[in-house]
Write a protein that binds this ligand. Sequence first.
Ligand code: IPM
Ligand code: MG
Length: 357
Amino acid sequence: MSKKHIVIIPGDGIGEEITSAAIRVLERVTNKAGLTLTYEKQLAGGAAIDQYGVPLPDSVIRAAKQADAVLLGAVGGPKWDHVPPEIRAEKAILGLRKELGLYANLRPVRVSPALIEYSPLKAEAIYGVDILLVRELSSGIYYGQKCESEIIDGIEQASDVEVYTVPEVSRIMHLACQAAQLRKKQVLSVDKANVLATSRLWRRTVNQVASEYADIQLKHMYVDNCAMQLVLAPKQFDVIVTNNLFGDILSDEAAVLTGSIGMLPSASLGNGTGLYEPIHGSAPDIAGLGLANPVGTILSAAMLLRYSLGAPELAEQIEQAVDKVLAEGYRTADLYKSGATKVSTDEMAGLIEAQLG
Ligand code: IPM
Ligand code: MG
């Protein structure tokens, strides 16, 4: 019987409820398959600021590096909005990405058939949308040199520098091409090459890498056009690969096409331990009330099985169980409409667990 060790970082706000929900589902599906998971909880984000004065203690980084995978809820909240920038709760996520070498963020955007009517787009525009957004995660403007404030000629200014190297672009493009080979074999690279030097290097490198993949069809699009096309005709996309900042923005836009950001999972991959988290935030206003939608975290646990534990068949079982429960009309508060059956965070997890037999 095989054994794997998972670090759980609930984080803040609804983090505790949604990670507990995902563990229930993970337990059910792995027990049945003879896979034993052990769990270790760690504090990060606001919870760690309260306890240790820093958002990401070294002990958490060490534990994460030694684990087979990390499952994270969400971090941050208004309680920590006024701490100095270098210890903001978000630094927990940014630090983990850097320390674990997580250079690729995979955000699948898929609409559960039962939820088509929740999309802000017309049903015919959204039906069948299946996008994999691949976001560069450990470089670019997020990690470039920053100046919070300086006075030049009597005028205050701030700056953030964007740097990309050829190897950084090359490795994310390889990953995007390999992901596309398992899908429709189309890669769209998104940049702003008409204005930015980093984007021109990005485009040259992407072209170079694509020449090694004869079966992949590569196209380029400027980010402003991509933002528009995502709401006009989202079915045209298969794999989208883009830099850290554009990926952050486009993934929120793509996510909401599905009607609710509460549903979407993500995987952050690199050379070591993978990190899995829903793409929504910590929603402190509803924490502890059983109102949170655990599906984004449960589907993140499915991605964990697929990418870190080599168990794609177990991931599919979870994904199918989620679709079934939604098709039966069960909804958490965020998606409730009259005619549906309203359930709490725990009840939703229980229903998905029950589907797994
Ligand atoms: C995300 C989030 C993070 C980011 C924040 C919390 C730092 O928005 O994962 O998309 O900007 O990367
Ligand atoms: Mg974001």
